[in-house]
Design a protein. Structure first.
Length: 23
């Protein structure tokens, strides 16, 4: 689950949202 890795990286919520939208 790449989303979990991104969150663990400490990315901002906005960035995570953008990634999810991209997926």
């Amino acid at each position: 689950m790449p989303t979990v890795l991104l969150v663990r990286h400490g990315r901002t919520t906005a960035n995570a949202s953008g990634v999810l939208a991209g997926w």
